[in-house]
Design a binder for this molecule. Structure first.
Ligand code: HEM
Length: 217
């Protein structure tokens, strides 16, 4: 790669790969603090799988409930909430004619709250993503595109899932998240969708699960 390409690659990872993950983790913290039953269910899964040890990559597939929770957080608060496409030819979207050269903005935040795909769309319901239900609906889930789609879909999706799962597992194994205010947080639409300042009380869990040796990976 030329120096310019190295620079551009580094800037892309910094711009597209840091705020997206950290802000999604803030939304996870926000929703888990407001839904203690979901937080406890996640901790129960972590206690069973990790028993107090640090998570590793092989644990990803052993934490299905955690995946359901993150899927639901990404539905309600997609970090990449607005994407753009340029029409290369004259086309239509539904009944709307689109002229070649038009710039289209697609709002995933609105799309992912469409009631025809997600009943009670504003409710935080990780159960929507239970393997039974998603198998029934078929994949991909209509109206759910937190990482985009097609040639310009997110290249960091796998890396993002790994980071988010590892951070949540490491955090929730030992700590409990408690809201300091009952006031709902309004999303701040910057380059990504942020919580803004998010005061949170963090309390050590008692008893802390006893560590055991890693189960491989
Ligand atoms: C929760 C985390 C993340 C979310 C929600 C997310 C979401 C998205 C979305 C919606 C797009 C636009 C897709 C489209 O236009 O159809 C995108 C593109 C992209 N993402 Fe991510 N992303 C995340 C994490 C990451 C990470 C960790 C990296 C890199 C390390 C990354 C790198 C990129 C790049 C390079 C593109 C542009 C792809 C292209 O235009 O060809 N993303 N992402």
């Amino acid at each position: 790669m030329s120096d310019q390409q190295v620079h551009d690659e580094a800037m892309t990872v910094l711009a597209a790969g840091t705020d997206t993950v950290s802000h999604t983790l803030s939304w996870c913290a926000y929703l888990l603090a407001r839904h203690p039953a979901v937080q406890r269910a996640m901790q129960a899964e972590m206690d069973q799988v990790l028993a107090g040890r640090a998570p590793c990559h092989a644990d990803m597939e052993r934490l299905p409930y955690t995946r359901m929770v993150i899927s639901e957080v990404l539905r309600l608060y997609p970090a990449g909430y607005l994407v753009s496409r340029a029409a290369t030819t004259d086309t239509t979207v539904g009944s709307h004619p689109i002229a070649a050269g038009s710039m289209l903005l697609i709002c995933y935040y609105a799309l992912q709250r469409a009631p025809e795909h997600f009943p009670e769309p504003d409710a935080f319901r990780p159960e929507r993503w239970s393997p039974d239900l998603t198998a029934e609906r078929g994949v991909p889930t209509p109206g759910y595109l937190p990482f985009g789609l097609g040639p310009h879909g997110c290249i960091g999706e796998g890396f993002a899932w790994t980071q988010m799962t590892m951070v949540l597992a490491a955090l929730l194994t030992h700590w409990e998240l408690i809201p300091v205010s009952p006031r709902p947080v309004e999303p701040v639409p910057t380059f990504t969708l942020t919580t803004g300042t998010l005061p949170m009380e963090i309390r050590r869990r008692h008893p802390t699960p006893r560590p055991r040796s890693p189960a491989g990976g």
